[in-house]
Write a protein that binds this ligand. Structure first.
Ligand code: 13P
Length: 280
């Protein structure tokens, strides 16, 4: 069933776990994530980022994501990731996404606060939730830029929460989008400080390549939503390659099944690490 992100994150705060937010680019990935969600009785979030719309147009993939969530047996939120423009954020809300991210991480804090408040006002007409970001997560969602990591200042998180009342807040603690060149060293000192001084559910971007131990530690230290993108795309591609190598793809529908399977395996792995199984 289609649900709000805030409901899933409130349950995650209560139950001391994190919810996986899986980026999808086509129907096969949606089906793979929902297969894992159903099998493990786990709530999930389906998301797509604004930079990915050149490959997967919002007016086509958006209704598909919403319909998939509505038809799921488990609770599924549909989220617009890294919204950069009010135009696309509004389009996602019109389609029925239950949450949107406004990414003002590149803006001075005052401007980020002002813009986030505007987006919250727009989203409130749709009864939808808003995620924002402060500090700067490294890399970029589509790998096109090598944005430097700029760790969140805990005092900024306190101010941001108080002034915006945002539903979820992405913070930068040494995490980056895409595959890490070396194992990331997350700044748990910063995360602990933010958690101690705020109530807002925190979001970890750049989930691909973070170790299971660090995921668990994050989920016990205020991180309630974990974004996984590259690992899904890699898992789908790798599984398709494996099936071709093993000669098990005899036609298009075997290829389609191999894609679904790749997305399923990746979602299943992360749901189990995040402790979201049997939380639906
Ligand atoms: P990864 O591509 O590193 O998994 O990051 C996903 C993400 O944070 C999407 O917003």
């Amino acid at each position: 069933m289609l649900v709000k992100m805030s409901e899933l994150l409130a349950d995650a705060q209560e139950g001391n776990y994190a919810v996986g937010s899986f980026s999808v680019a086509n129907m096969e990935m949606v089906l793979g994530v929902l297969k894992a969600s159903k099998e493990l009785n786990a709530p999930v979030i389906l998301q797509i980022a604004e930079v990915r719309l050149k490959q997967s147009p919002l007016e086509i993939i958006g209704p598909l994501m919403v319909a998939a969530a509505e038809n799921a047996d488990t609770p599924v939120a549909v989220h617009f990731d890294h919204g950069k423009t009010v135009e696309k954020i509004t389009q996602a809300l019109d389609i029925g996404f239950t949450s949107v991210m406004f990414d003002g991480s590149h803006l001075p804090l005052d401007e980020n606060i002002e813009m986030t408040k505007k987006v919250i006002e727009i989203a409130s007409d749709y009864d939808a939730d808003v995620e924002a970001e402060i500090g700067c997560v490294g890399g970029s969602e589509d790998g096109s830029e090598d944005i430097a990591i700029n760790c969140t200042k805990p005092e900024d998180a306190v101010r941001f929460e108080a002034e915006t009342g945002v539903d979820a807040l992405a913070i930068a603690i040494g995490n980056a989008h895409g595959n890490y060149k070396s194992t990331p060293k997350l700044r748990f000192d910063i995360l602990e400080e933010v958690e101690k001084n705020t109530d807002v559910p925190l979001v970890l971007h750049g989930g691909t390549g973070i170790t299971p131990d660090d995921f668990v530690r994050c989920s016990h230290t205020g991180i309630k939503k974990i974004n996984i993108a590259t690992a899904t795309f890699d898992s789908v591609e790798k599984n398709v390659r494996r099936c071709y190598t093993e000669n098990s793809i005899k036609g298009y529908y075997d290829l389609q099944a191999a894609e679904v399977e790749g997305a399923y395996q990746n979602a299943k792995k992360h749901i189990l690490i995040f402790g979201t199984d049997n939380k639906a």
